[in-house]
Design a protein around this ligand. Structure first.
Ligand code: DGY
Length: 325
């Protein structure tokens, strides 16, 4: 009998065909109330799940007694209770590597857009308000040669450092669990404590995962260490930051600007003060959102799922404690 797979994300025809060859597929193509009801109906027969952007808590997963594997189409795994999955020996996999470069591109897009006020000034042109040459009131600030501060020197942090160091001649400082000599050598980067980094970086960029340890890492105290020229960039997860403290830091001029791809609540509430601020560039969680990268992520997730359902260790297993050879 074929294994039963529940997809809660649409895949390309090619990937759908691959899954159909080896499994029976139920597709839930919209996670609205109807879609969630369909998911609940499908969970009791599911051996595998594949999707993203859904908090799969124990309450939902208790509906799935036969579940063997979840393939998340994301690198972040903050939507899953890993201890619970491990206890139930459900293999959780993710899609690292394939999105690293694109996500770093997004980070740099936010750096450039915030520093050079691209969105604000493009909107001015579009509104027909470009009547004379721009003056100091519209000037931005340089990116090249400024100090790039990276918090969380993982794969995406390194890809950001590469762009800053080689592309823009930026001195790179970073903070992570421990110093990384290979990174320091490659990008001439220097390790800093978190307070030192916040005080010294012109661009403070978050590239670290959301965990119990990083939730709320950047709040009032941390913004107070930044300087009026600091530009704050977040391409990790919104909950790493106390958003009210960020709003206050932007409002008071404690920091110059922010480029944000992630928020405490997504989609961002229409009444969020961040929406009203000219010195904020806000994008809708597009870190990895290109045609090529999303297809590569989906391919990686399908590979992971088929491996797991075939009794093999998935290439990108997150909870190795769940694996029993
Ligand atoms: C990821 O892959 O974790 C991206 O942030 C999309 O959720």
């Amino acid at each position: 009998m074929n294994k039963q797979v529940v997809l809660y994300k649409k895949l390309s025809p090619l990937l759908m065909a691959r899954l159909h060859e080896q499994t029976d597929v139920t597709l839930i193509d919209n996670l609205n109330a109807d879609g969630l009801a369909q998911l609940r109906d499908a969970l009791p027969r599911a051996h595998g799940l594949l999707g993203a952007s859904l908090k799969l808590d124990a309450q939902l997963l208790d509906l799935a007694p036969n579940l063997q594997a979840i393939a998340s189409v994301s690198v972040g795994v903050d939507n899953y209770d890993i201890d619970y999955l491990t206890e139930r020996r459900i293999l959780l996999s993710n899609t690292p590597d394939v999105l690293t470069e694109t996500t770093a591109d997004t980070g740099f897009a936010l750096i450039l857009a915030s520093a050079r006020r691209v969105v604000e000034l493009a909107n001015m042109v579009r509104a027909g308000e470009w009547k004379r040459n721009v003056g100091p009131a519209q000037f931005g600030t340089d990116v090249h040669g400024k100090t790039l501060g990276i918090i969380g020197m993982g794969r995406i942090g390194e890809a950001l450092a590469q762009r800053g160091h080689f592309g823009f001649g930026m001195p790179v400082i970073y903070h992570s669990h421990s110093p990384k000599p290979a990174v320091e050598q490659r990008f001439n980067a220097q390790y800093r404590s978190l307070p030192e980094l916040l005080q010294q970086a012109d661009f403070v960029c978050l590239t670290l995962p959301l965990t119990a340890e990083t939730e709320g890492l950047i709040g009032k105290q941390q913004f107070a260490l930044m300087r009026p020229q600091t530009i704050f960039i977040n391409i990790s997860r919104g909950k790493v930051v106390d958003e009210a403290a960020l709003v206050e830091a932007l409002r008071s001029g404690q920091i110059r600007a922010a480029g944000l791809d992630v928020f405490e609540r997504e989609p961002l509430n229409a009444d969020s003060p961040l929406m009203q601020m000219d010195n904020v560039v806000a994008t809708p969680h597009i870190g990895s959102a290109t045609h090529e990268t999303r297809e590569a992520m989906a391919t990686c997730a399908v590979d992971n799922l088929l491996q797991a359902l075939a009794g093999e260790r998935p290439a990108n297993l997150v909870n190795s404690g769940a694996w029993k050879a």
